[in-house]
Design a protein around this ligand. Structure first.
Ligand SMILES: [Zn+2]
Ligand SMILES: [Zn+2]
Length: 362
């Protein structure tokens, strides 16, 4: 709640003027934290290199209201769907050694293609506007994104902006303070917390609404997913090189899809729980190289939450970061442009100010 914090800030300055006491009571520590948080917000806004987008900047003034947690309401449709997909994927693991070599290559191709639809598309382009893309690239990314079956971009980007702005509060859709299972997959299996609905609804999503391609995907999402995530990946190996229907369905569709899902979810779970915080020790997001490896470069998460406007989601470019390599290739042929990169001096200043001391230069 921003207002009480601002009021407290004023009264704390008045009291520190009239007192020389050096004892830090819990209340005065709260006030000090409040001042630090406001300073952080101001610095974030100064550092930001995208004048047109502020909805993914952490708002440290927002805090959870005190009170009992609302009762969990299960969404049985999602629970059953996820359980069936995971069972199909487990069966796919047992079939995988018997697949033809072309089927393996097809799985890898679909994994990378749909992965880019999330990382280069829903995340770096549409959630954070870290670069601009011309129509052919946006078309490629929206088709790839549909294959990933992680909801349409409009909703994905709204959730990601809320995750950044209200991180680790109840308004964060996958609040990591609610434990590994919740932030990994549990958040998709229950109704959203009222704070997510309230604060998510207050975000400015006008840039997404104005993009016809995104509204088209939203409108025709169900049949498009059926085609791109289920029918096409199954039919190609079966029809083109005579793979069995069972192998095609369970490996190229169920196993591939569940792998993409779990890898993406690891960014919300593992990269918020395990790893160093060289850029900002005050947030839970962490640097996790293993997550970067599986997600085409999305595991540099302490950096990403500190500088959400950097197109590389990392201080570096191609190191464990296939998505940045892809965007750079697109830029080389003129399909991506206006790539935002945080200057080294700003990064080093931030490390000095808020890092956990784990940063290794060079
Ligand atoms: Zn993000
Ligand atoms: Zn995060």
């Amino acid at each position: 709640m921003p207002m009480p914090l601002l009021q407290e800030k004023v009264s704390s300055q008045e009291s520190s003027d009239s007192s020389t006491a050096t004892v830090m009571t819990p209340h005065s520590m709260d006030l000090k934290n409040g001042r630090e948080k406001l300073k952080d917000l101001a610095l974030h806004l100064v550092d930001d290199i995208r004048p047109e987008m502020k909805e993914d900047i952490h708002d440290p003034t927002y805090q959870d209201e005190v009170g009992p947690a609302p009762k969990l309401e299960y969404v049985w449709r999602n629970i059953i769907l996820m359980a069936l997909l995971h069972l199909g994927a487990l069966y796919g693991i047992t079939l995988a050694p018997g697949c033809k070599a072309y089927t393996w290559l097809w799985v890898l191709l679909c994994y990378v293609f749909s992965g880019l639809g999330i990382t280069a598309g829903a995340h770096r382009l549409w959630s954070h506007r870290t670069y601009k893309a011309r129509l052919p690239l946006r078309l490629f990314l929206i088709i790839a994104n549909t294959m990933a079956f992680q909801t349409y971009v409009y909703e994905w980007a709204r959730d990601n902006r809320a995750h950044h702005k209200f991180t680790e509060t109840h308004a964060d859709p996958h609040n990591s303070r609610r434990g590994f299972f919740f932030c990994h997959v549990g958040w998709l299996l229950v109704r959203k917390h009222p704070a997510v609905r309230e604060k998510g609804g207050s975000l400015d999503l006008s840039d997404l609404k104005a993009e016809k391609l995104l509204m088209f995907q939203k409108r025709y999402y169900k049949p498009s997913v059926l085609l791109m995530c289920f029918i096409l990946p199954t039919l190609v190996p079966w029809y083109c090189w005579g793979e069995t229907f069972q192998h095609s369905l369970c490996v190229a569709t169920f196993l591939r899809s569940i792998l993409t899902h779990n890898m993406t979810w690891l960014v919300n779970s593992a990269a918020h729980l395990y790893g160093y915080r060289p850029y900002d020790k005050n947030i839970d997001a962490r640097e996790n190289a293993l997550v970067s490896l599986g997600t085409l470069g999305e595991g540099f998460h302490n950096y990403h939450h500190t500088f959400p406007y950097d197109y590389s989601t990392s201080e570096y470019r191609w190191s464990l970061n296939f998505t940045t390599f892809f965007i750079d290739c697109m830029a080389a042929i003129g399909l991506a442009y206006d790539l935002k990169k945080v200057p080294k001096a700003s990064i080093l200043a931030r490390i000095k100010r808020t890092g956990d001391g784990s940063y290794k230069s060079g």
